[in-house]
Ligand binder design. Structure first.
Ligand SMILES: Cc1cc2nc3c(=O)[nH]c(=O)nc-3n(C[C@H](O)[C@H](O)[C@H](O)COP(=O)(O)OP(=O)(O)OC[C@H]3O[C@@H](n4cnc5c(N)ncnc54)[C@H](O)[C@@H]3O)c2cc1C
Length: 274
């Protein structure tokens, strides 16, 4: 049985933000709904209202501009993102991670914004966005604010969003456009599954950037490293920053071990591709 709630589908940002200004604390907004309705069905979330953002045309837009970068609206699905020509051309790490998220069918609904607002340590889009310096744009009836994803996600399923706000879009600045990149994810099965641990890495000119998911409460972004760094240097830095745990899906030792393996594989791949 689904908990009772009222369903709202605004057709403009103004309508949505006015509704949230009045009813924010009792409302759950959603883009694809693939996370939200799981927690409602499980009785974990009991919102009085749900606000469906898919009727707001501007939230369905994706665009690329070499000065502003990539802008991905809240309701852009993962499949639209991974097929978008500028993502394929400039941000292969986003495509690689997006294609690891769940199944093709689910990716027709699921969004990158929903993924990062959920802020699950095993979410697939957090670490690739962090290596690219991704930022969230938050909108409310009192205006807009923008912050790096690395500040926005503060803990397990915790972010800095306020109840009267929506994330309207994610912006990936052009700084890392053209970087070769990849995302390696350990799963319990060969088919689709949540990540047990994952590593995202990009390499551009003389720098590499690496971030790790499922090995700490939030994705862990390593400081920029010289592309001439040895595999051991990057592994050592990563191990000093992660804090993996034992859980039903994996031991902390195996998580640490696989972080080293993925770093080694990615550095080799990116060196060959650079
Ligand atoms: C079978 C299954 C398999 C899955 N496999 C994976 C997987 O392999 N990897 C993975 O990372 N995830 C996986 N997920 C989780 C989920 O599909 C993803 O996290 C997805 O990207 C969420 O996007 P969404 O648009 O559906 O989020 P929604 O359900 O719409 O929203 C998720 C959360 O974000 C909030 N929210 C949504 N949009 C906004 C907005 N614009 N502004 C403010 N808050 C907002 C909602 O209130 C909710 O709290 C899986 C889920 C299912 C059901």
């Amino acid at each position: 049985m689904l908990h009772d709630f009222s369903y709202h589908r605004p057709s403009s940002m103004k309508e949505a933000l006015d509704f949230l200004a009045q009813n924010g604390p009792k409302t759950a907004v959603f883009s694809g709904g693939t996370d939200l309705f799981v927690v409602i069905r499980a009785g974990v979330a009991k919102p009085a209202h749900v606000l469906d953002l898919k009727g707001i045309p501007e939230l369905g837009k994706i665009s690329w501009d070499k000065t502003e970068g990539l802008s991905v609206g809240a309701c852009v699905t993962i499949n639209t993102l991974t097929e978008y020509p500028a993502v394929r051309e400039h941000f292969p790490v986003l495509r690689s991670a997006g294609e690891e998220l769940a199944t093709f069918q689910l990716r027709n609904r699921a969004t990158m914004v929903g993924n990062v607002v959920t802020a699950s340590p095993c979410g697939d889009m957090g670490s690739p966005l962090m290596v690219l310096g991704g930022e969230v744009v938050l909108a409310s009836s009192s205006g807009e604010r923008r912050m790096p994803l690395s500040e926005f996600i503060t803990g397990v399923k915790r972010t800095l969003i306020r109840p009267d706000e929506v994330v309207s879009r994610i912006v990936v600045p052009p700084t890392w456009a053209g970087a070769v990149g990849g995302y390696h994810k350990l799963k319990r099965i060969k088919g689709h599954d949540l990540g047990v641990v994952a590593v995202a890495m990009v390499r551009k000119e003389n720098t590499i950037r690496c971030a790790i998911s499922s090995a700490a409460p939030t994705p862990v972004l390593l400081p920029d490293l010289a592309a001439t760094s040895s595999v051991e240097d990057v592994q050592k830095k990563a191990q000093s920053m992660i804090s993996p745990i034992d859980d039903v899906r994996c031991t902390k030792e195996y998580r640490s071990f696989m972080v080293d393996i993925f770093i080694k594989r990615l550095m080799k791949e990116l060196e060959a591709a650079a």
